[in-house]
Design a protein around this ligand. Structure first.
Ligand code: ZN
Length: 350
């Protein structure tokens, strides 16, 4: 039988998972530690579905922490530490299980909060966090690939009272002894990091429809996706490259910005000739975006996230983009290939 706290965590997970300003697609995860077991959200599943299906996997906490201590590669996927007899659906633990294991508090909530990301991609992200989070024991963890590298970076910085991690180029983790306290902390941190969102002109739907003719691209249903292209400052920020891991996993490296005169068909043709994969999202500066007709739900959520994050980054902000090596490491990573596969399987998970 589930404890009341686990039930409360599922409620918070479903609620947070349905808020695109906190969680996009299969991103983010929650956990609770109960009598030596770490219950953690499964890889590739959506927090938003926490009330509709089984999303939590039981992991043996002490053996995982011991493996982490010796930086055993098995700790990365945490699969070897799953308590199989309590995992009837055969779920795999999140690739971010190590973040949850390392924080000593009972409840951990990790989200890709857009207010936090908009701060954590700036070169002065740590200073902004220090100023805005006065009185909250937090640490800024510079970007490291999720999994063992991130676990190492966290372990090096974690202090006894740390309850908040601002993860550079990534997101936010909050920890508390109860679900209610973790939820309050999450709301408070995200409120304190809130910045003015730049307003964006509306999309030129007629022009976009013409640009999509005869291509595999169409207008998105959600008009909010256009802001990243209609606001030229956001477009310039997106043009600089990838800012956080889930962007790379679901939308590919960087963003594809159409040059003057280019159409969806001309971009498709050029890419096909070069043997390159087609991007799920195309940005037409000043006009709006087109999405692939076959775009996955995960990619669509990340397209919305791109509009939401870039609109919150100050125009004069100096940014730290993911390097070529960091992009390549995310795209070549086995654990992420599993999540991409579940994303392509799509509707089966809804
Ligand atoms: Zn994350």
């Amino acid at each position: 039988m589930r404890s009341l706290e686990l039930e409360a965590l599922l409620d918070i997970s479903a609620r947070g998972g349905a808020d695109p300003l906190l969680v996009q697609g299969a991103g983010g995860n929650t956990s609770i530690k109960e009598v030596g077991t770490l219950w953690i959200k499964a890889s590739g599943l959506w927090l938003a579905h926490a009330r509709q299906r089984d999303v939590m996997v039981p992991v043996a906490l002490d053996p995982l922490l011991e493996a982490l201590d010796r930086m055993d590669p098995a700790a990365e996927k945490a699969q070897d530490f799953v308590i199989s007899e309590m995992n009837p659906s055969g779920l795999r633990p999140s690739i971010e299980t190590t973040v949850h294991a390392l924080m000593p508090q009972k409840v951990v909530i990790h989200v890709h909060c857009v207010e936090t990301i908009a701060t954590a991609v700036q070169t002065i992200g740590a200073a902004i966090a220090a100023e805005r989070l006065t009185g909250i024991p937090h640490v800024f963890v510079p970007y490291a690939r999720p999994g063992l590298p991130l676990a190492k970076a966290i372990a090096e910085r974690l202090q006894e009272k740390t309850s908040v991690l601002i993860l550079g180029n990534h997101g936010l983790a909050v920890a508390a002894e109860t679900v209610a306290d973790a939820a309050i902390l999450l709301t408070e941190v995200s409120r304190r990091l809130t910045t003015q969102r730049r307003a964006a002109p509306s999309a030129d739907l007629a022009a976009l429809s013409r640009l999509a003719v005869d291509s595999g691209y169409c207008l998105p249903d959600d008009a909010r996706l256009h802001a990243v292209a209609t606001d030229l400052e956001s477009c310039r920020i997106a043009a600089g490259g990838s800012l956080y891991p889930d962007h790379v996993i679901f939308l590919g490296k960087g963003s594809v910005i159409a040059a003057p005169g280019e159409t969806a068909v001309s971009i498709e043709t050029a890419r096909n000739e070069r043997g390159e994969t087609l991007p799920p999202l195309l940005l037409f500066p000043g006009k709006g975006v087109l999405v692939e007709k076959t775009i996955s739900a995960g990619a669509l959520a990340m397209a919305r996230c791109l509009a939401d994050v870039t609109a919150r980054i100050p125009a004069n902000g100096r940014l730290r983009y993911l390097s070529d090596a960091e992009n390549a490491e995310l795209l070549g990573w086995d654990a992420e290939k599993y999540r991409q596969k579940l994303n392509r399987a799509g509707q089966a998970l809804q």
